[in-house]
Design a protein around this ligand. Structure first.
Ligand SMILES: Cc1cc2nc3c(=O)[nH]c(=O)nc-3n(C[C@H](O)[C@H](O)[C@H](O)COP(=O)(O)OP(=O)(O)OC[C@H]3O[C@@H](n4cnc5c(N)ncnc54)[C@H](O)[C@@H]3O)c2cc1C
Length: 488
């Protein structure tokens, strides 16, 4: 196994996409599960901190160490089996999402969770319970995890299959491969019933596997994975609609969401049923204009929607969508319709570009990313949206607001020009999170809490609930070596 400790060789492991930076003594590159076990037995004995690193596309510093060692999963990148008939794939945690997507496509399959950044590792997406545009129709990563092998802090192995081990009320019993019995008391926490990736998943009678999904590298290291996959749809409509009035774009999202939710459970074909509903405000469009000069002038916002098709229903579906576009005063003539895969990819690049460009802008100024990950119940979203805009405009700080508005989930990104504005933006960021909490929302719908949002996590659930989550951590990792600084 390779171990690197020269500072110039390990620099890449000390910063993530949010520009959060840390330090460590060495980076280990296990090539097998037994390598991970060997490292953990040693670090646990010596009470040495261990941070698991995926591909560091995370936006909360959760994969970045503050001391101790890093375990990089990059050499564990084997897709072991793709089973078309049973619709599953077995793989190691260091497989790139883009590699998985390409391999599945060759097999006429796809994996729905699609965090916009495809250079993440599957292990990292599970540890963050990542989501993406298609989460509107298909739900988050959690819904696609069939089995996990987890190496616990002491090197013992836990294999969990979905549907096999449920908590009895608030008591969850786990049995390791070395026949150790672990009893976990699940706190009774009011988890918001919306898209949410804040803290441990704790519910009465829950499936044991759900505790580990979204646990941000704090409960164990995922070493083997079985995912549910789906058959590729025959076709897809992908379109960006521009609006001259902001409220029209927001109404378009609302109408499309309502009709899609209504039709989702219907078996009738030829109905509007959005795969994704993504929003870009005027500031985001202005910021993208240099890369995408064909953004129509006077656009006050845009919505990217996608819908899967069966190959024969495109015309009918398109005319239904055009009806909604017209009824919402969208610029029908100026829509970007993707007519083939290449154009579809161009639209995806447009969506990816806004996140990436903002991360680059912040890094160029030497600031850490300040983009919200808040979501609230649908009927409270407009209140949150307007609040964020009003308080930021008042301070004259540059921003761009975009994101997964189908799920009432927004990435309000501050783009301060100097240190003074950065400090002010941090305050405004917190105010938006306070507002989301007061509207029964979450401070993290998909990126997790990591090291940067702990104060908001505490505010969201309260000290008692967070302390109870911490006791779960202590039961599974008594020496507190894993993912130190994340969540708690
Ligand atoms: C431009 C851009 C756009 C993005 N858009 C989205 C989006 O739309 N939706 C979204 O959800 N995210 C988005 N992200 C965030 C990011 O891609 C995800 O958080 C990703 O899931 C993290 O994967 P990673 O491999 O980079 O993990 P890392 O960042 O390296 O680590 C993330 C966490 O996973 C833990 N971890 C990694 N591997 C393991 C393992 N094997 N076992 C246990 N714990 C492990 C780490 O310790 C850490 O806590 C975006 C990021 C960028 C840069």
């Amino acid at each position: 196994m390779i171990i690197k400790s020269k500072q110039d060789e390990i620099q890449n492991y000390l910063k993530d996409a949010s520009n959060y930076s840390g330090n460590c003594d060495a980076v280990y590159f296990p090539e097998s599960e037994s390598d991970i076990i060997e490292i953990l037995i040693d670090t646990n004995k010596n009470k040495k901190q261990v941070t698991v690193s995926g591909n560091r596309t995370g936006l909360t510093g959760s994969g970045i160490p503050n001391g101790g060692i890093v375990i990089s999963t990059e050499k564990l990148n084997n897709i072991k089996e793709i089973n078309f008939n049973k619709k599953f794939v077995q793989l190691q945690p260091g497989v790139l999402l883009s590699d998985l997507q390409n391999k599945l496509k060759e097999n006429n399959l796809f994996y729905p969770p699609d965090p916009t950044e495809t250079s993440c590792f599957i292990g990292g997406t599970i540890a963050s319970n990542a989501s993406g545009a298609s989460t509107f129709k298909y739900g988050p990563t959690r819904d696609y995890i069939l089995e996990l092998t987890i190496i616990l802090a002491d090197g013992d192995k836990l294999k969990i299959k979905r549907g096999e081990n449920f908590a009895k009320g608030s008591t969850l019993n786990l049995a390791t491969e070395n026949k150790k019995e672990i009893k976990i008391e699940l706190p009774d926490i009011n988890i918001p019933d919306i898209k949410n990736a804040a803290g441990y998943y704790c519910k009465k009678n829950m499936d044991a596997i759900d505790l580990f999904i979204g646990s941000e590298g704090t409960l164990g290291i995922i070493s083997d994975i079985k995912l549910k996959v789906l058959e590729l749809p025959k076709g897809k409509i992908s379109c960006v609609v521009f609006f001259n009035v902001e409220v029209d774009g927001l109404q378009f999202i609302k109408k499309s969401r309502e009709v899609s939710i209504k039709n989702k459970n219907s078996k009738i074909e030829l109905l509007i049923n959005a795969l994704a509903l993504e929003f870009f405000d005027e500031e985001a469009l202005k910021f993208l204009k240099s890369e995408f000069p064909n953004i129509p002038i006077n656009s006050k916002c845009a919505v990217w929607f996608e819908q899967e098709t069966n190959g024969n229903d495109e015309e009918t579906l398109l005319s239904e969508w055009i009806e909604i576009i017209k009824n919402s005063n969208g610029n029908e003539e100026q829509c970007w319709f993707a007519l083939n895969e290449k154009e579809e990819q161009k639209i995806k690049d447009f969506r990816h570009c806004i996140s990436e460009k903002i991360n680059e802008y912040m890094a160029s100024k030497g600031f850490r990313k300040l983009g919200t990950d808040v979501a609230v119940p649908d009927d409270k979203f407009l209140e949150l949206y307007n609040y964020a805009k009003i308080i930021t405009k008042k301070e004259k700080i540059k921003y761009a607001n975009y994101g997964h508005f189908g799920n009432s989930h927004m990435h309000f990104n501050f783009m301060p020009e100097n240190e003074k504005q950065y400090l002010k933006s941090k305050k405004l960021y917190d105010l938006i999170c306070h507002k989301a909490i007061s509207l029964d929302g979450t401070v993290s719908a998909e990126h997790g809490i990591g090291k940067t949002k702990k104060h908001l996590f505490l505010e969201m659930y309260g000290k008692e609930a967070v302390d109870k989550m911490f006791s779960i951590k202590k039961t599974l990792d008594p020496n507190l070596i894993l993912g130190r600084g994340n969540l708690f």
